[in-house]
Design a protein around this ligand. Structure first.
Ligand SMILES: CC(C)(COP(=O)(O)OP(=O)(O)OC[C@H]1O[C@@H](n2cnc3c(N)ncnc32)[C@H](O)[C@@H]1OP(=O)(O)O)[C@@H](O)C(=O)NCCC(=O)NCCS
Length: 175
């Protein structure tokens, strides 16, 4: 079956939480996500309800879900960050921008092109918000994700952040 891609709705919160916990249990999680399974598992329902609601409407956040036969098999999120706000690592963002985060495709759906469809939808939405580029940070030691992003048109900006978790390579795709 071909997965369908749609924006998250508030009623998805528990399934979206479970997908996130599956992502955080992935062997690549340490280089893929800033969050940990331990911390995320302890979050109350209100956290997931609020996060899902914010990504389900409006122009500040978009979470896309890929669903196959009633099962969630992938997700990406776009966050629109305002000029002057701080990014995850504390750096001030000079101008309003869109950043791709929370990228996950379940193992059985990898290598199928699904990540490309999710990214194209994320790019289209970002364009609709008036943005000219989509940014992301990828860990230097996550070669599969880096290869996928390169294939999908993202290019390294030349900025590499040194974080507690290692080196984060900044990439951007013009929209
Ligand atoms: C990152 C992710 C979404 C990519 O989706 P995917 O379906 O696996 O990606 P694809 O298979 O389309 O592309 C991966 C590419 O890396 C290649 N690859 C696989 N393993 C690799 C490795 N160890 N080193 C280098 N390249 C590798 C694949 O051959 C493929 O190459 P291609 O573009 O020439 O086809 C998915 O692997 C995933 O969810 N990983 C775990 C979470 C994660 O890392 N998220 C990203 C956080 S920034």
């Amino acid at each position: 079956m071909t997965p369908t891609i749609r924006r998250i709705v508030p009623e998805d919160w528990a399934r979206a939480r479970d997908l996130r916990l599956a992502a955080l249990a992935d062997p690549a999680a340490a280089v893929a996500f800033l969050d940990t399974l331990e911390v995320a598992s302890a979050r109350p329902d209100e956290f997931w309800i609020d996060r899902t609601a914010r990504a389900s409407h409006g122009g500040e956040a978009l979470q896309l879900l890929a669903e196959d036969g009633g099962v969630l098999v992938g997700t990406v999120t776009v966050l629109v960050q305002g000029a002057g706000s701080a990014d995850y690592f504390g750096a001030i963002i000079p101008e309003r921008r869109a950043i791709l985060v929370g990228v996950y495709v379940e193992p059985a759906a990898r290598g199928t092109g699904l990540i490309g469809e999710l990214v194209e939808r994320a790019c289209a939405w970002s364009r609709e918000q008036g943005l000219a580029a989509l940014h992301l940070d990828v860990h230097a030691d996550n070669p599969r994700a880096r290869a996928a992003y390169e294939r999908l048109g993202f290019r390294a900006t030349g900025h590499v952040l040194e974080t507690a978790a290692g080196h984060e390579v900044q990439m951007v795709r013009a929209l």
